[in-house]
Write a protein that binds this ligand. Structure first.
Ligand code: NAD
Length: 443
């Protein structure tokens, strides 16, 4: 099928590459000229395992075209995806102006019937707004006769395993108001739906809400465990033991019940805010979700509070080695990352940071490159040199079994603040390293 994808970010680019890989002819449109030019040269602007080779091979074979030409994009697709950002507005609601901008572009340029697919995470009712925006432009052009429909197809990929998630999705949710549109989507996704049925067809509102419900449930699990961790710490229990104890109950399960330094990324924080806003606008008090958000804001301060207490408030002039900048492993994405809250608090208190991340160094350079209280280091060992303490903020695999002798010898004070509970407290303390983690009493 001929497919166009507006927005070549984490979602749009991965979806485009995966659809091209199974044979669809995909045109990717973005307003970012540098990004599009880079992609034409084979430069993939984000780190996502498996993505680069997929993009390069499909581009070389002519099934994946990159353009900034909105008209070219709109004229190409029988199916046109909107996969642009939906950042939070000042009041927490989802800012839809990128989505609606694309809808207007589609209406201004389509020449033939098409199906418009909302892939961005958008509040209930957005499909109707997109329909109106497209139709208004068709009317301006005197082309009300061009048939189009709008469906909702929320994306559930996880950064860090986005290619695999799109190749083998757990579910494909399609919100449609007529069977023909649903059938077109079934045909598009047929190559991903062979092993067993993964397509769920539902009404538009339910599809739009499903995405928020999924992210809110996951964020709730994290905040719940972080609250339990605070209780565990206060009563002298170990949240890791508690986690394993409750995870063994199949009704609870082991997934997503790790305590840590808070959730980040481009989705959970903004989606929680957006649904709280939506609930308020329809007279529902989203008390649980407000608490989830509040716990997360508090949680992002926990490591800084432990540092301040350990150093008795005197952290001005100290240097902290920081391992992990991305909001989670296997991505270079630092949007809303807990590492940023920590670094900014350390800088505010007059400390310096030596940071290392396996993938997010360029992103850190882009965001904080001009600061003289940040040194971006080439290895995790280099970050330790001259540092007073080590802080871990992302659970990258490369941090899980470090050489503790090197850590001890390199640090001015042998102390680790671990925001991801990577190590066994007894073992670390037995090596003469002071160890602080989340929800576990200090040994
Ligand atoms: P992103 O910021 O990485 O990419 C968005 C892209 O859209 C950018 O390249 C931007 O230049 C482009 N863009 C903006 N306006 C445009 C226009 N008028 N025409 C063409 N391109 C335009 O965003 P993302 O992380 O890919 O997220 C996109 C949407 O998908 C959001 O609604 C997000 O909530 C949702 N989502 C994200 C993830 C994730 O893990 N990142 C997962 C599921 C859903």
């Amino acid at each position: 099928m001929k497919v166009t994808i507006f927005g070549v970010g984490y979602v749009g680019l991965v979806q485009a590459a995966v659809l091209a890989e199974v044979g669809h002819e995909v045109v990717c449109v973005d307003v970012d000229e540098g990004k599009i030019e880079g992609l034409r040269q084979g430069v993939v602007p984000i780190f996502e395992p498996g993505l680069e080779s997929l993009v390069r091979s499909n581009h070389a074979e002519g099934r994946l075209i990159f353009t900034t030409d909105l008209q070219e994009g709109a004229e190409h697709g029988e199916v046109i995806f909107i996969a642009v950002g939906t950042p939070p507005d000042e009041d927490g609601s989802a800012d839809l102006h990128y989505v609606l901008e694309v809808a207007h572009s589609i209406g201004q340029h389509i020449q033939h019937p098409c199906l418009v697919v909302n892939k961005s995470t958008v509040p209930v009712g957005t499909a109707e707004q997109v329909r109106q925006a497209v139709f208004a432009e068709l009317k301006n052009r005197g082309h009300e006769d061009i048939n189009f429909d709008v469906v909702s197809n929320p994306e559930f990929l996880k950064e860090g395993s986005a290619v695999a998630d799109c190749m083998r999705p757990d579910r494909i949710i399609i919100g449609a108001s007529n069977p023909k549109a649903a059938e077109t989507m079934r045909e598009l996704y047929a190559p991903f739906n062979r092993n067993h049925e993964k397509v769920f067809i539902m009404d538009l509102c339910s599809a739009e809400l499903s995405k928020y419900a999924a992210n809110c449930m996951l964020a709730t699990k994290i905040s719940f465990m972080n609250e339990m961790a605070a209780i565990a710490e206060a009563v002298g229990a170990d949240i890791e033991a508690v986690r394993m104890g409750i995870g063994s109950d199949p009704r609870i399960g082991y997934h997503f019940i790790y305590a840590g330094a808070g959730y980040g990324g481009s989705c959970f924080p903004k989606d929680i805010k957006a649904i709280i806003y939506t609930a308020g606008s329809v007279g529902v008090d989203a008390g649980i979700l407000k608490a989830v958000e509040h716990r997360n804001v508090t949680q992002k301060q926990v490591i800084f509070d432990k540092i301040t207490r350990h150093f008795d408030g005197g952290i001005q002039g100290l240097t902290f080695a920081l391992w992990g900048l991305s909001f989670k492993p296997n991505t270079d994405d630092m949007r809303d990352a807990s590492s940023r809250v920590l670094m900014e608090a350390l800088w505010q208190a007059g400390a310096r940071v030596n940071a290392y991340d396996p993938q997010a160094m360029e992103e850190a350079q882009r965001i904080y490159g001009n600061r003289d209280d940040l040194t971006l280091c080439g290895t995790k060992e280099a970050a330790l040199k001259g540092a007073d303490a080590l802080v871990i903020m992302t659970d990258w695999r490369a941090f899980k079994a470090p050489d503790f002798d090197v850590i001890k010898q390199s640090l001015a004070q042998p102390v680790i603040f671990d925001g991801r509970n990577l190590y066994d407290p007894q073992r670390i303390e037995a090596r003469g390293i002071r160890y602080y983690s989340i929800g576990r009493r200090a040994v």
